[in-house]
Design a protein around this ligand. Structure first.
Ligand code: NAD
Ligand code: TYD
Length: 352
């Protein structure tokens, strides 16, 4: 077995589905607190699959985490569980500190205790894989080189600061206790099952609903977009071949200003589901107040994982974004399920 945390969220959910699509793969214990971002509908296809055990709970719950480790004896833990939305971290950072820092600390401590009791050969195989973000490195100017693994940490939002803190804990557990960890820092993901408060799914759904497409500030902030399936394949690669104590940057080499991303989505929708009045969805673009402390540019130098582990993304931005738009058109039932009262409250709070 492997233990996945946060496996009802966007990336964790995609990871669980991809992993179990391989009939020879080990089973998964999926520990998720089911916050607003966790959604069991993502895992619907696994309802009858005995190789998937879902556990509703918190990575910060010592008793529960220790019980799961002792009962299922996983040979690896992949920690996706986190509060992950920068805008929410600005409105209320407390949950970010609780889950991202204290939750990771608890998971590390429970896992270290469990690992310490394993026999030598099982100990050697064990891995704790911490899933993190490129946002820990801070913001780049237009001319700066992309982030490498040796860039200093300069987090600017409560979200990225809490992820940076968790990365430091993971690093320290390796250096101090010899606990077998690996960390990956990935750029912005997009794809199926993405909660529609993040830019790409928000724009797709607002466009179809005839609502404004909100662009913060001047829309010239740059993100390096990676299709979620490519992030999952990179994690699988690192789990097998990654060197203990190392960090690996994962990115798609797809730097795009936000305004370009939004216009691309509009053009794909114009083609796949034209507006009734035959005008472009781009007419719905609306510039709104900027995010406080908005990081200008993120870019990942993924040459280490390419060189050392042979990983490369399979999707280009053009192929991945088209698949993503098509997925949202094809899955109205999933969308209906996540667009709950609490989601509407969030839109009201953030965009008035
Ligand atoms: P998400 O918000 O969609 O999902 C997070 C999941 O974690 C949810 O299912 C939620 O219920 C669960 N969770 C939250 N607190 C928990 C707790 N205390 N105990 C157990 N489960 C809990 O996030 P995501 O976009 O899937 O991101 C997953 C991981 O990848 C995060 O660690 C994030 O920092 C990292 N990451 C995300 C991106 C991105 O673009 N989305 C990029 C790089 C790294
Ligand atoms: P987001 O998807 O929240 O990811 P992150 O903040 O982790 O990069 O946002 C991606 C970019 O899009 C970011 O620069 C903020 C911007 N953005 C908007 O312009 N409008 C929006 O409504 C949202 C949610 C984001």
């Amino acid at each position: 077995m492997i233990l996945v945390t946060g496996g009802a969220g966007f990336i964790g959910g995609n990871f669980v589905l991809d992993w179990l699509a391989n009939p020879r793969a080990e089973g998964i214990i999926n520990l998720d607190k089911l916050t607003y971002a966790g959604n069991l509908a993502t895992l619907d296809s696994l309802k009858e699959d005995s190789s998937h055990i879902f556990v509703h709970g918190d990575i910060g719950d010592k008793e529960l985490v220790s019980k799961l480790l002792n009962e299922y004896q996983p040979r690896a833990i992949i920690n996706f569980a986190a509060e992950s939305h920068v805008d929410r971290s600005i409105h209320g950072p407390a949950e970010f500190i609780q889950t991202n820092i204290l939750g990771t600390f608890n998971l590390l401590e429970c896992a270290r205790e469990y690992w310490g009791k394993l026999d030598e050969s099982t100990q050697k195989q064990f891995r704790f894989h911490h899933v993190s973000t490129d946002e820990v490195y801070g913001s780049l100017s237009l001319t700066d080189p992309a982030f490498t693994e040796t860039n200093p940490y300069e987090p600017n939002s409560p979200y990225s600061a809490s992820k940076a803190a968790s990365d430091h804990l993971v690093r320290a557990w390796f250096h101090t206790y010899g606990f077998p960890v690996v960390t990956t820092n990935c750029s912005n993901n997009y794809g199926p099952y993405h909660f529609p408060e993040k830019l790409i799914p928000l724009v797709i759904l607002n466009a179809l609903a005839g609502k404004p497409l909100p662009i913060y500030g001047d829309g010239q902030q740059i993100r390096d977009w990676l299709y979620v399936g490519d992030h999952c394949s990179a994690i699988r690669e690192v789990l097998v071949k990654g060197k203990l104590g190392e960090t690996y940057n994962i990115g798609g080499c797809n730097e795009k200003p936000n305004i370009e991303v939004v216009k691309t989505i509009c053009h794909i929708l114009d083609e796949l589901k034209p507006r009734l009045d035959a005008k472009s969805y781009a007419e719905q673009i609306t510039f709104v107040k900027d995010r406080p402390g908005h990081d200008r540019r993120y870019a990942i130098d993924a040459s280490k994982i390419e060189r050392d582990l042979g990983w490369r993304p399979a999707e280009t931005f053009d192929s991945g974004i088209r698949k993503t738009v098509q997925w949202y058109l094809d899955n109205p039932v999933w969308v209906e399920g996540v667009v709950s009262g609490s989601y509407r409250d969030w839109l009201q709070k953030q965009y008035q």
